[in-house]
Design a protein around this ligand. Structure first.
Ligand code: ADP
Length: 178
C-alpha cells in the first residue's frame, strides 16, 4: 500500500528488513551495545556479516532514541541506521523516546542525502511496545517531519506479520482519506 504526501512516498509492506534492495538505508531496531542479539538486530548482523559489528563496537553504547549510521556490508543497501527504542514500561517517557527514534533516523538519513529508508516496528518486539500504540507514534512523528526533508523521497514501513500489516495499512488509509 502506497500513499504520497508532499512528494514523499509512504509505503507499507510485509517482509524482511534485511531483504529490501530498493532502499538506500534500513533501520536496525538495535540494542544499546549495537551487538547482534535477537529479532531485527540478529537478522541484520547475520546477513551483513562480521564487519558490521566491528564498525559498531566503537559507536556503542547508544541511549534510547539515539540513531547512528554505519555501512551496510552484505545487506543490499548503502547504509544502516541503528536506533535504540525504549523498553516498554522501563524507559520513559516511552512515547517521546519512540518518536525520537523515527525523527532522528529520518533526519540522519536526510542529512546523508539518502533518498529511501525502511523502518521495522522499533520497540514492538522484544522491547514490548504495544504495536497499536506504536503505530500512532510512528505516523504522527513521520508526518510531522515530512516538510523538513530535502532528500528522502520514499519511506517504507516493513512489517513482519499480518496483524501489523493490518494496523499499518488502516492507519495509512486513515491518513490518505483525511
Ligand atoms: P525491539 O527490541 O526494538 O522490540 P525486535 O527486533 O525485537 O526489536 O522487533 C521489532 C519488530 O520487528 C517486531 O515487530 C518484530 O516482529 C519485527 N521483526 C523481527 N525480525 C524482523 C525482520 N527480519 N524484518 C522485519 N521485521 C522484523
Amino acid at each position: 500500500m502506497v500513499y504520497n504526501d508532499q512528494n514523499i512516498q509512504l509505503e507499507v509492506s510485509k517482509g524482511d528488513i534485511t531483504d529490501q534492495p530498493d532502499l538506500d538505508v534500513v533501520v536496525n531496531a538495535a540494542n544499546a551495545e549495537l551487538a547482534p542479539g535477537g529479532g531485527v538486530a540478529g537478522a541484520i548482523h547475520q546477513k551483513a556479516g562480521p564487519g558490521l559489528y566491528k564498525e559498531c563496537k566503537p559507536l556503542a553504547p547508544i541511549y534510547p532514541g539515539e540513531a547512528v549510521l554505519t555501512n551496510a556490508f552484505d545487506l543490499p543497501n548503502k547504509k544502516i541506521i541503528h536506533c535504540l527504542g525504549p523498553v516498554y514500561g522501563r524507559d520513559k517517557p516511552e512515547k517521546e523516546l519512540l518518536a525520537s527514534c523515527y525523527r532522528n533516523s529520518l533526519r540522519l538519513a536526510d542529512k546523508e542525502r539518502l533518498e529511501s529508508i525502511g523502518f521495522p516496528g522499533i520497540s514492538t518486539g522484544i522491547f514490548g511496545y504495544p504495536p497499536d500504540l506504536a503505530v500512532e507514534v510512528v505516523f504522527n512523528t513521520v508526518l510531522a517531519e515530512l516538510p523538513q526533508l530535502e532528500h528522502l523521497k520514499k519511506i517504507k514501513f516493513v512489517v513482519f506479520n499480518d496483524e501489523d500489516l493490518r494496523l499499518y495499512e488502516s492507519k495509512l488509509k486513515e491518513i490518505s482519506d483525511s
